[in-house]
Design a protein around this ligand. Structure first.
Ligand SMILES: [Fe+2]
Length: 269
């Protein structure tokens, strides 16, 4: 059938088929309503890696943090984004065993991301990575880490202790700040979102149908790895005499261009 605008029809092979009379029929002319079997795509946004570190490695970190915390030479509290008093440089004292464990997880992450792409980069048989910097954070009640990003290529955080993990999220967030503290009716925008005790990775513009946050209540042994530029924040908790101890750091990947030109805009951590 002729119709006005026929000139707009592009010839795409799989948009056409022959009917039983041998006439060419375009998609939809035979009554079809759907074409793609899997029409929902998630083509945007960075990947995040979440796994566990073996207990012997966590124990080694426990001991190192205990040894170096409070030593003025290793005090990192003035050089990092966190509003946390007890932050300590570990870079010079980290063992080969701990480094190897972290790099193995980073390498596994890298390989998962690049699944299906050739790994035989010229002059390189395996991905070469190195820990650029590593430090510990002992976060006490009301201390927090404002939104920030890191240097390096991959950034990671490992949790050695979280006194809050014995509580349910509801119990954790049953505090005077996270609770709705007015009897007046609130709009959705005005509600208090419970945040205590969470680490939050942030990406993209807040908008309808846009997922912009990855929130996690950490447990001992967790490792989270993410691209260095991914903004993240750690919210305060309000439990006196409870601490959350994490080890964070940055990893360089050699021989892979990870710089699309915005590195100079980063807040250094
Ligand atoms: Fe951070």
């Amino acid at each position: 059938m002729e119709y006005k605008g026929k000139g707009n029809v592009l010839k795409q092979g799989d948009m056409e088929k022959k009917n039983q009379h041998g006439d060419i029929q375009r998609y939809g002319e035979g009554g079809e309503m759907y074409k793609n079997e899997h029409p929902v795509l998630f083509p945007f946004g960075p990947p995040v890696y979440l796994d566990k570190i073996p207990e012997p490695i966590i124990r080694e970190l426990d001991v190192l943090i205990d040894q170096l915390s409070g030593v003025p030479e290793f005090d990192a509290s003035g050089q990092l984004a966190g509003r946390i008093k007890k932050q300590t440089h570990l870079t010079k004292h980290i063992s080969d065993q701990v480094q190897e464990c972290i790099i193995k997880h980073c390498d596994r992450f890298y390989r998962h991301i690049n699944a299906g792409t050739p790994t035989d980069i010229p002059n390189m048989t395996t991905t070469q990575m190195q820990i650029q910097s590593i430090w510990s954070n002992i976060q006490e009640a009301r201390e927090y880490n404002p939104p920030h990003s890191h240097s390096g290529d991959f950034s990671f955080v490992i949790y050695c202790r979280n006194d809050l993990e014995k509580y349910s999220v509801d119990r954790l967030q049953d505090n005077e700040y996270d609770k709705v503290h007015t009897d007046k009716e609130q709009t959705t925008q005005m509600q208090n979102y419970p945040l205590a005790g969470l680490i939050e990775l942030q990406y993209g513009e807040p908008a309808w149908l846009n997922w912009t946050q990855f929130r996690h209540v950490p447990q001992r042994g967790d490792i989270i790895i993410f691209p260095n530029w991914l903004r993240h924040t750690v919210y305060a908790h309000y439990e006196p005499h409870h601490v959350r101890i994490s080890v964070a750091g940055n990893v360089n990947i050699f021989g892979v261009n990870t710089d699309p030109g915005f590195k100079e805009q980063k807040t250094k951590n």
